[in-house]
Write a protein that binds this ligand. Structure first.
Ligand code: CP
Length: 308
């Protein structure tokens, strides 16, 4: 199966070969961009970005990627100024936007919204996050960042820390890491454990999993710590959020027991789960991770648009 004209809804829809191919294309585009400054693969093509939820990185890196490919961008960053406010359905919104664009990127608070949109239109739909469910393009840029930093994914011991219940980035990432030979350490408060269906899937796929609440005891084991924000906006009840607020912070003291080679990633935005003093350490990989969003999304757009 190749990427041409495909929807990108969930990492479950892709094989390891699909992912590895996309990462190779992203690496080639990053080099080409360095050499030439700008590219013209997508001249005349239009990307529509439909963001029903806030975003800085995902929306802007998709836009940057499309511009760097030589294409153009339309869209909205909040449904408040669109006809959704008049009661227009998601189905009618995407059917309308399809008339104006060649590929649609959508972020929506409802799980399954991207899949629903994909069933309504012919142009490729790319899921930029649907509720607590999936964030597949974040996972692709995460894998790219890991490969660039370590030269490999196999053999790594990787900790996923924080809100493993509502954090869509860690759901997608854990499922993609199951393609590789990794040890996974799931570190969270008991209230925010990884959903059981994902744990069962990981077990079935032979992933070595350790679940714990103990960050400091686990840090010495790790090559990579992937930190997440507690997703306040997804809690049905503020009382429940207050029970787990501020559960973990990665700071200079926490890192005393880390090996020198430990790298720290975070999909961002952060609140207080990584102290800014870590930014200047050799452990911080999260701004390099932000950068990876552009070549990876260039590859995604170029391949789905059939221009690469
Ligand atoms: N990582 C990520 O999805 O960031 P944004 O919410 O800013 O897009």
């Amino acid at each position: 199966m190749d990427w041409k004209g495909r929807d990108v809804i969930s990492v479950r829809d892709f094989s390891k070969e699909d992912i590895e191919f996309l990462l190779k294309v992203a690496e080639r585009l990053e080099k080409e961009l360095e050499e030439k400054g700008s590219l013209d693969y997508a001249g005349g093509k239009i990307l529509a970005t439909l963001f029903f939820e806030p975003s800085t990185r995902t929306r802007m890196s998709f836009e940057s990627a499309m511009h760097r490919l030589g294409g153009s961008v339309i869209g909205f960053s909040s449904a408040a100024t669109t006809s959704v406010r008049k009661g227009e359905s998601l189905a009618d919104t995407v059917r309308t936007v399809e008339q104006y664009s060649d590929v649609i990127v959508i972020r929506h608070p409802m799980e399954g919204a991207a899949r629903l949109a994909a069933e309504m239109v012919e142009v490729p739909i790319i899921n930029a996050g649907d509720g607590s469910n999936q964030h597949p393009t974040q996972t692709l840029l995460d894998l790219y960042t890991i490969k660039r930093a370590f030269g490999r994914i196999d053999g790594l011991k990787i900790g996923l820390l924080g809100d493993l219940k509502y954090g869509r980035t860690v759901h997608s990432l854990a499922e993609a890491l199951a393609f590789y030979d990794v040890g996974l350490y799931l570190i969270s408060p008991r209230l925010l454990r990884m959903p059981r269906h994902i744990i069962e899937e990981l077990h079935e796929r032979g992933v070595e999993i350790h679940e714990t609440t103990d960050l400091e005891g686990t840090i010495p084991e790790l090559d990579l710590l992937y930190v997440t924000r507690i997703q306040r906006e997804r809690f049905p009840d503020e009382e429940e959020y207050l029970k787990v607020k501020g559960s973990y912070q990665v700071n200079r003291r926490t890192l005393e027991k880390a090996t020198e080679k430990l790298k720290i990633m975070h999909p961002l935005p952060r609140v207080d789960e990584i102290h800014p003093e870590v930014d200047r350490s050799g452990h911080a990989l999260y701004f390099r991770q932000v950068f990876s969003g552009v070549p990876v999304r260039m590859a995604l757009l170029g391949l789905t648009l059939r221009v690469l």
